[in-house]
Design a protein around this ligand. Structure first.
Ligand SMILES: C[S@@+](CC[C@H](N)C(=O)[O-])C[C@H]1O[C@@H](n2cnc3c(N)ncnc32)[C@H](O)[C@@H]1O
Length: 268
């Protein structure tokens, strides 16, 4: 996820593509496990091979990098030039992975239709306005073939609580090679009638060898449950939600979801 920074002078952790993954507590093998599960979802619900894939909010497209190496044609869209540059550098020798700088809320692409789209790493809930949600779904639908699948990875958002005062949630230290990062996470207040579930503030003090950089990202999070996703799909008029999978498995009931769930939408 990512939102705005605290002040115009403050930097964002997303300017440091090699660090943000560790700050977000990604574990080794997570991306590979997600890629494997996406392939299972496609073979269960699509019944035709995925040859062209659209990665939304791709960042440097860790999933796309793997799929492109497996022979899929992948296009990643993201608004961050730094993330896109990192993705292009990694894919330097692979012309099957392309990037476009686009906003997820509303976009078009000069590309033939895609068989499937993905939106990973719990970023979907940053779309907080209804209007943006609908233009986003319309843009993805335009990019997909009829019957194409849109898989969206979403945090379980358990224990939702209305926050009326800024307060610290967690504090931890992360190491990336020789670099130490002091991470503090805060909840920020929201009004009762906000279309949000929380506002998450991520502060990182990055101790490089020669300097310390502080980043601050302020990330609005919409409460997205399976029923709300179903409603959004219906309201879009172009998708139906055909499955929800808990924790990258088909056999775990949603009620026992521990971490994240995957919404599977089908383009009408
Ligand atoms: C948590 S990262 C996930 C990147 C990648 N999908 C992954 O799994 O590592 C979220 C990405 O969403 C992008 N992003 C956030 N808001 C966006 C927006 N409104 N339009 C386009 N990209 C956006 C950020 O630049 C960032 O690269």
């Amino acid at each position: 996820m990512t939102g705005q920074t605290g002040t115009p002078m403050e930097r964002s952790i997303y300017e440091f593509p090699e660090l943000f993954r560790r700050v977000h507590m990604e574990r080794p093998g997570d991306i590979q496990r997600e890629v494997k599960f996406l392939v299972q979802v496609w073979s269960r619900y699509l019944k035709r091979p995925v040859r062209r894939l659209l990665d939304i909010g791709a960042g440097d497209s860790p999933h796309g990098q793997i799929f492109a190496r497996q022979g899929l044609a992948v296009v990643g869209i993201d608004r961050s030039p730094t993330m896109i540059a990192a993705g292009r550098a990694q894919a330097a020798k692979n012309p099957r992975l392309k990037f476009y700088r686009r906003r997820i809320e509303r976009f078009t692409l000069p590309e033939p239709p895609f068989d499937a789209a993905i939106f990973m790493s719990e970023t979907f809930p940053i779309i907080t306005r209804n209007a943006d949600l609908l233009t986003h779904l319309a843009a993805v639908a335009r990019a997909l073939r009829s019957g194409g699948l849109y898989c969206i990875d979403i945090d379980r958002h358990a224990g939702v609580e209305l926050i009326t005062q800024r307060r610290q949630w967690r504090e931890r230290k992360v190491r990336v090679g020789a670099i130490r990062i002091d991470v503090r996470e805060f909840y920020r207040p929201i009004a009762w009638d906000e279309g949000l579930h929380s506002i998450y503030e991520l502060e990182c003090r990055i101790h490089f060898a020669d300097r310390v950089v502080t980043t601050r990202d302020i990330i609005p999070v919409r409460y997205t449950t399976p029923t709300l996703m179903d409603l959004a799909a219906r309201a879009s008029g172009c998708f139906e939600m055909i499955a929800c999978c808990a924790d990258n498995r088909f056999d775990r009931p949603l009620a026992r979801c521990r971490g994240r769930w995957l919404a599977v939408l089908r383009r009408k």
